[in-house]
Write a protein that binds this ligand. Structure first.
Ligand code: GRG
Length: 278
């Protein structure tokens, strides 16, 4: 609730325009807010007040939303449904959707730069966010997914794509939290944990893509329609489910073995993500 208000407030600071309306339409469309919630849970796990993560939590959700808007475009997945509503380019038009994605991406960094903490931490957080979202991270994953797809035949290829496309943005909340809380030495461990959660999350997406209708899923179930190579197409649903459970178990075990960190809340969150139905 507080986070929804925070996002609304950030958008309200922008001048009124069609692109602002489109940014707001997609950002406030009721996403699950997994990434900001992971960031807040990690900040609290370090014993700090969650509000120190506000600007970065908003920034990460803006970047996530931009990636969904652009992924849905005709030049990419050409999807009609997202977060249970028409995709941004269907609701507005293609040019506006491109601008809304661009606007969210750039505004994310502006927002993060306003975090009320030590400038060295802000700069490290911004650098991390750019690395994880950009051409060494999520953008690379999307590139591999779109252009290497014909050569993608095996699980190792699929895992590499998902590590970048999904894992990076699921690692960044905990990595950012450890930077903001003064524990940058934990970043690599969180990265490995985020990768496990990202792969488990993607396998779960693959399973839901074949099990659910677009209405139940809240987005187009396009992977199975497009004959994409996924965990389910390679191994079948039962094996994919076992792999997913193993990854979530391993991620929980890795969080539990953190020394000074209060792990309960992050573990509860991972368990909630594991039980998600959309
Ligand atoms: C366009 C650079 C660029 C990247 C796109 C996010 C992405 C990369 C593609 C979307 C397709 C996809 C299935 C990605 C992997 C799983 C994923 C990120 C699902 C959506 O995340 P949720 O379930 O969504 O957290 P909500 O709507 O709840 O925020």
């Amino acid at each position: 609730m507080r986070f929804e208000e925070l996002l609304k407030e950030k958008i309200s600071l922008l001048p009124a325009s069609r692109v602002r309306d489109a940014m707001e339409y997609s950002l406030l469309a009721g996403g699950k807010r997994i990434r900001p919630n992971l960031l807040y849970a990690a900040v609290r796990g370090y014993g700090m007040d969650e509000t120190i993560g506000d600007e970065f939590a908003c920034a990460i959700e803006m970047i996530h939303t931009y990636s969904l808007i652009h992924d849905d475009l005709p030049a990419m997945d050409n999807d009609d449904l997202r977060r249970g509503r028409p995709t941004c380019h269907r609701q507005f038009d293609e040019a506006t959707a491109i601008l809304a994605g661009d606007g969210l991406l750039t505004y994310a960094f502006e927002t993060a730069s306003h975090a009320g903490t030590d400038p060295a931490k802000i700069s490290a957080g911004i650098r991390l966010l750019a690395e994880m979202a950009g051409p060494s991270g999520m953008v690379l994953g999307q590139n591999l997914d779109i252009f290497e797809e014909e050569g993608t035949t095996g699980w190792e290829d699929v895992k590499t794509i998902q590590k970048y496309k999904t894992g990076c943005l699921l690692s960044v909340p905990m990595m950012t939290a450890c930077i903001l809380c003064g524990h940058p030495e934990d970043a690599d461990r969180w990265h490995r944990i985020g990768d496990m959660i990202g792969l488990a999350f993607q396998i779960q997406d693959d399973i839901m893509d074949v099990r659910l209708t677009p209405e139940e899923f809240g987005k187009s179930t396009s992977d199975s329609d497009n004959d994409k190579v996924t965990s389910v197409s390679l191994f079948g649903i039962e094996t994919a489910e076992r792999m997913m459970n193993r990854l979530y178990d391993d991620a929980i075990e890795a969080v539990r073995s953190f020394g000074e960190f209060r792990a309960d809340e992050i573990i509860d969150m991972i368990s909630e993500i594991r039980c998600r139905t959309k």
